[in-house]
Each structure stands twice: as structure tokens, then as C-alpha cells.
Write a protein that binds this ligand. Structure first.
Ligand code: HMG
Ligand code: MG
Length: 299
């Protein structure tokens, strides 16, 4: 019998760095990705091809991705990038990006603040992006934000999330990453949401993307796992946050996710000791607290 495994999508270089106030040198970003690539992580989201007016922190996306392109020893690692529109897709495709993430919101308030359009408009825009990406052999992951709560519109109903997730899968996303953008979910909320989603969508098409504002993210990961979810986004050192979700804290720390699953006998493929060193190094470089207790304990 094959041992059970989970797939970890490391989002630190993208979600983690998009919200850092001080300018992070491009060389530090590239070194972060290279160090993460030595830990056993197989999917490392590298950057976003977004408007530099909106997210100046990632305005060096071309340079970061160019450096990944020339990495000869990383052929078994995927370096996806976020793309909001055709302009972003064009930039990503020019750098041979093999996987992109489109990002929509279940709620209009966050959609307008984050990508400057309504949910309906975002669906229309994304359809064209997904179609063009897939015609070029680029696979597309779908991020859906505000699946529990929206900083502008309040609580989100699971039926709204279900309708959006189905539309995104129908348009050609291979998986939907369910974003607790505000980081306010509790395991009860996750169970309630997944009860509704899993009635119509296979667990293999869903992933968890939990921010940790209330310290519940790791419990949410465990809850989602118990309901069949096997893919989780996380960020080394617990970095992260969206500039358009005020007050939201970082993603669940990758160190904590690896520790949880390895102790349950579920494989992650990641070397926790090596990863903890990366978490300590990058949080020192950025002058931010290390968001992983286990990471601090190990280094
Ligand atoms: P807009 O202002 O409506 O777009 O923004 P526009 O088409 O009018 O363009 C404005 C300017 O941006 C123009 O430049 C464009 O050329 C340029 P100007 O003529 O003014 O010099 N531009 C671009 N430049 C580079 N790459 C591009 C691009 N597109 C336009 N792709 C837009 C609309 C979507 C572009 C903007 O709102 C945007 O870039 N938003 C990104 C916001 C973002 O990245 N948020 C964080 C990621 S989402 C997240 O963190 C949540 C997630 O983690 C899950 C969760 O936690 O819930 C995924
Ligand atoms: Mg996020």
C-alpha cells in the first residue's frame, strides 16, 4: 500500500513577500527560492505578474522568474506565478512559466479592492486568460479569496463559494485553492464550508489556503485534511498577507504543516530541519518575527 501524502504549495516568495513594507532586494528573493528548492518542496510560487502600481513589492517579477528559468538543477520543481490578466499571462509565457494562478474573490468588495473589478467581470476576464494559457500548454490553478469572510462584505455563504469554485473548474482550472484571506476561520467554519463544497466537487480538486490571523490556521489544515483535502498552501516562517486585506496575518507556516503531517505519518517530502533554517534566515533578512514556533525551536 502506498504511504499517504499531502502536496504542499509553498507561497512564501509570493504571498509572503507581497506584503513586506521595506523593499526586498531581488537577490534575496532569488536566494529564498533557491534555498526553499533545497528542502524537498516541489511547488514554489515564485512571484506575481501584476501591476507594479498595485503591488510594487513584486515589480521585479521578470528578474525573479528569469533566474528560475536558468536554473538547470530544478527541473522537477514547479515555480508558478500569479497572473491577473492577459498582460500578466504574456509576461509569464515569455519566461516559460509552466503554471499560473488566477485569483478571484467570492465577494465583490474584495474583488474591487484587489483587482479593480466586480466578481462577474473577473470571471469574464479570467475565462480568456485560462483559455489562452491552456492553448499554450500552461496549466492554471485557481485561487478563490474570501471563502469564509470578506474584509469589506462580511461573512461569505458557502453556496456562493460553491458556485464560484464550480465556474472556475469549468473554465479549466485544475484545482481551486480556497483562501481564508482574512485568517479568521475556525475548524467549525472549514467543516461547514467543505460539507457544502464536497457534495459537488471532488476533494482532489480543492486545496486549503489558510491565513493565520487568529492562530487557527494549523487547526484548519487538520480539519480540512480530515475531510479529504490533500493539498495545502503555506509560507515559510509564516510570512504573508494581502495588501488589500487589512489586518490579515501571514499564511500558515510551512514548518508547522510539515511537522503536523510528518508526525501523523503523512509524507510531505520536505526536510523540516532544513526548512526551519530557511525560515530563520528569511525572517532575519526581512526583520520580521518568525511565525513558526517549531521553526524557532529547531534553530
Ligand atoms: P487596473 O488599474 O484596473 O488595470 O488594475 P489597468 O489595465 O487599467 O492597468 C493599470 C496599469 O497597470 C497600466 O500601467 C497597465 O499597463 C499596468 P500604466 O499605463 O498606468 O503605466 N498593468 C500591468 N503591469 C504589469 N503586469 C500586469 C499588468 N496589468 C496592468 N499584469 C489589475 C487591474 C488587475 C492589473 C490590478 O488590480 C492588479 O495588478 N492587482 C493585483 C493585486 C494583487 O496582486 N493582490 C495580491 C494577490 S491576491 C492574494 O494575495 C490572495 C491570495 O493569496 C489568496 C487569499 O489569501 O485569499 C491569492
Ligand atoms: Mg493569501
Amino acid at each position: 500500500m502506498l504511504a499517504e501524502r499531502v502536496r504542499i504549495v509553498e507561497v512564501g516568495p509570493r504571498d509572503g513577500l507581497q506584503n513586506i513594507k521595506e523593499t526586498v532586494p531581488t537577490a534575496t528573493k532569488i536566494e529564498l527560492i533557491n534555498r526553499l528548492a533545497q528542502t524537498g518542496l516541489r511547488t514554489i510560487e515564485a512571484t506575481s505578474f501584476v501591476s507594479p502600481r498595485w503591488v510594487p513589492q513584486l515589480s521585479d517579477a521578470n528578474a525573479v522568474m528569469e533566474s528560475m528559468k536558468s536554473s538547470v538543477d530544478k527541473e522537477d520543481i514547479t515555480f508558478p506565478a500569479l497572473v491577473p490578466n492577459l498582460k500578466g499571462l504574456e509576461a509569464a509565457a515569455a519566461l516559460d512559466v509552466k503554471e499560473i494562478g488566477i485569483f478571484l474573490s467570492a465577494t465583490d468588495g474584495f474583488s474591487r479592492k484587489n483587482i479593480n473589478c466586480s466578481v462577474e467581470e473577473s470571471l469574464e476576464r479570467s475565462r480568456v486568460v485560462v483559455e489562452q494559457a491552456r492553448s499554450q500548454g500552461i496549466s492554471v490553478r485557481g485561487y478563490l479569496s474570501c471563502v469564509i469572510d470578506c474584509p469589506y462584505d462580511g461573512r461569505t455563504s458557502p453556496s456562493t463559494v460553491l458556485a464560484m469554485a464550480k465556474k472556475m473548474l469549468e473554465m479549466g482550472c485544475f484545482e481551486i485553492s480556497l483562501g481564508d484571506t482574512t485568517g479568521t476561520a475556525t475548524p467549525k467554519d472549514i467543516r461547514h464550508l467543505l460539507d457544502v463544497l464536497l457534495a459537488e466537487i471532488p476533494a482532489s480538486k480543492l486545496a486549503g489556503h489558510f491565513h493565520d490571523s487568529f492562530g487557527q490556521a494549523i487547526a484548519n489544515v487538520k480539519e480540512a485534511f480530515s475531510m479529504g483535502i490533500r493539498a495545502f498552501d503555506s509560507s515559510v516562517g509564516g510570512l504573508g498577507g494581502c495588501p488589500y486585506s487589512p489586518g490579515a496575518k501571514g499564511n500558515v507556516a510551512t514548518e508547522d504543516v510539515v511537522c503536523l503531517f510528518e508526525n501523523m505519518g503523512i509524507g510531505t517530502g520536505v526536510d523540516l530541519a532544513k526548512l526551519a533554517k530557511v525560515g530563520t534566515w528569511i525572517t532575519q533578512q526581512l526583520h520580521v518575527p518568525n511565525g513558526s514556533q517549531i521553526g524557532m525551536g529547531l534553530t
